[in-house]
Ligand binder design. Sequence first.
Ligand SMILES: [Zn+2]
Length: 359
Amino acid sequence: MILIICCICGQKCSYLETFEGAPHNLMSVYNTNYLELRDLDIYHCYSCGHTQIPTYLSEEYYQDYSMGSYWGSSFKRVRQQQISRLVSLLSKRERFLDIGCGVGHYLELAQEHFNELYGVEPSARSAIIAAQKGFNIIQDYFHEGLKFDAGFDAISMIEVLEHLEQPSALFELAAQSLNEDGILIVEVPNGQRIMSERLYYNLCTDHIQYFSVSSLATMAQRAGLSIICVQASPDPNLLELYARKRSRPSVTFGNKRESTRDYLVSRIPNGSRVAAWGAGAESSSFLAMLEGILIIDCIFDSNNEKDGQHIAGIPIVIPTREAVSQYDIVILFANSHKEQITSQLYALNFQGQLLAVGN
Ligand SMILES: [Zn+2]
């Protein structure tokens, strides 16, 4: 047996069986008097649950492809639900792209929600029909050479990835074309169901990838997207994935620390007598942050076991009426019990100011 590597996760696949006599080139079954058949070697990845058939169709095959160009009402309903969900997940709905848009059905469903609608479609016949509907259509495969003015807020790939030899490559490219916070929606045949129920009549050479929930999730994670949902759609023959391109956080840890330090410096007049509250694990970090900027005389903590110990030379003491009365300001370090400590301090008749940081 040849070595087959999983095109989703890169692990070694296991040979399952050779299925004899599967339909080949589905487009060719129409208007001919015979069925073209092939034997399919089926490989499964036990790591991510993906199944693949190491065969492929020539690029020209899809030049005149029209499978799936008719949508019955139940398919339409499933996809209307997808669009509704997609719309509910988006904060911005400017630019939408459908990869493998066919004659433009999905774009028609999306058009009331987006301002600019784009489609990419290799089949010339389908691309012309979609363009006649007024959408921005590129007749081509989706590849790195395609240039768009800007990224997209949403990208769909409906019944596309199961046809490709390297679905992850297309998926990654689509993920790169998303704007930050944009959503990618994918629909594929439910390969997991085909495998578990051995639905032999769903095997054909048009479909060389049979996705599972976990292989779809793996593909999204490896492309750096965060998964919103992977599930069987209301039609159990389909799987759908919703994933988001996360924006980079605008604040760094360093920024956050700096602003906390600035806040304290601005609130503490020179010459103030300052104590801190809380000798927990975070205190070291806060003390390091304040070193050379503020002098902290002691750290209050109610834990008797810490009494008499110190952090970085600063003594930990049990808060008493007499002890707290010596301070103008108490800084409360990263403590979620702010209310409790506030009342504790004032029960000790603390007259100064309490400054909470880190929450
Ligand atoms: Zn795998």
